[in-house]
Write a protein that binds this ligand. Structure first.
Ligand SMILES: NC(=O)c1ccc[n+]([C@@H]2O[C@H](COP(=O)([O-])OP(=O)(O)OC[C@H]3O[C@@H](n4cnc5c(N)ncnc54)[C@H](OP(=O)(O)O)[C@@H]3O)[C@@H](O)[C@H]2O)c1
Length: 256
């Protein structure tokens, strides 16, 4: 990388935490951050996919570690914060982990509501409280929250999921308001329909998948690699004046 590009996008010396970094969009973001120079700590429940991602990062010469935790559980989040802290003070926090329970609203149980809000909104809040204020004290940081189209409009049984993501957009603005003066930029990324394990049901139905692709301006659905460039930009020096925003990485899905 030239010195000029490194000054804009280089993440050397930074520690990045990526929840949900073992699969799909979070994994692509974690790999991109590692390849841009950051040390990366991945957080998820299953050890196998975490280990695979650590190995992928190592293959790119990036230092990475895994923390297993259930982020739908407050005690799990607290334990994760302790484990993450063993690697140092994070400079970048990416909240990509989420659950996607989407029954029709009249069949949504209290448990669906509680788990969805806990994993998708409370965990990013708690991790932000643990690491965002410390970033502000050090005078530099980045928080990137992965949200959804359902944060802005209801379709496909948005239910608790849409509520959690709308809350996460608002949390992003609250975090930006609190910490941006101290060098901590906080932004959200809104994907379109992206082929990952989370959306297997959509992609198992070719007509449904094609329908979503047709709604985009680029004529295709998303792939995890679409999120590499945007996360490196939002995690690095180049985005110093970008905060409180939602970046739609959706091929124009939301613009039609
Ligand atoms: N794919 C899409 O079309 C799409 C569209 C809009 C928004 N998004 C958002 O993009 C983000 C990534 O989604 P994805 O499609 O990449 O999904 P994915 O491939 O299913 O990955 C989800 C990740 O979150 C982790 N995770 C889930 N529940 C967790 C919990 N309770 N505690 C800790 N980790 C947990 C998973 O690991 P474990 O299962 O091992 O815990 C996995 O690493 C999510 O925030 C999702 O809402 C996705």
């Amino acid at each position: 990388m030239s010195a000029y590009l490194d000054g804009l996008f280089g993440l050397g010396g930074r520690l990045a935490v990526v929840t949900g970094g073992s699969s799909g969009i979070g994994r692509a973001m974690a790999v991109a951050l590692g390849r841009a120079g950051a040390r990366v700590v991945l957080v998820a429940r299953r050890a196998g996919p975490l280990a695979e991602t650590v190995a992928e990062l190592a293959g790119h010469g990036a230092e990475a570690a895994a923390v297993t935790a259930d982020l739908a559980d407050r005690a799990g989040v607290a334990a994760a914060i302790d484990s993450i802290s063993r690697y140092g003070a994070p400079d970048v926090l990416v909240n990509a982990a989420a659950v996607n329970r989407r029954p029709p609203l009249d069949q949504l149980t209290d448990d669906d509501w509680d788990v969805t809000l806990a994993a998708n909104l409370t965990a990013p809040f708690l991790l932000g409280q643990a690491f965002g204020a410390a970033m502000a004290e050090r005078g530099w940081g980045r928080i990137i929250n992965v949200v959804s189209q359902q944060a802005f409009r209801a379709y496909g049984n948005s239910g608790a999921y849409g509520v959690s993501k709308a809350g996460l957009v608002a949390l992003t603005r609250s975090q930006a308001e609190a910490w941006s003066r101290s060098g901590v930029c906080c932004n959200a990324v809104a994907p379109g329909v992206v082929h990952t394990p989370l959306t297997e049901a959509v992609f198992a139905d070719p007509q449904k998948a094609a329908g979503h692709a047709a709604r985009t301006m680029i004529g295709r659905n998303g792939v995890p690699e679409d999120f590499a460039g945007c996360v490196v930009f939002l995690a690095g020096p180049a985005s110093a004046a970008v905060t409180g925003q939602t970046l739609f990485v959706d091929g124009g899905y939301s613009a039609t």
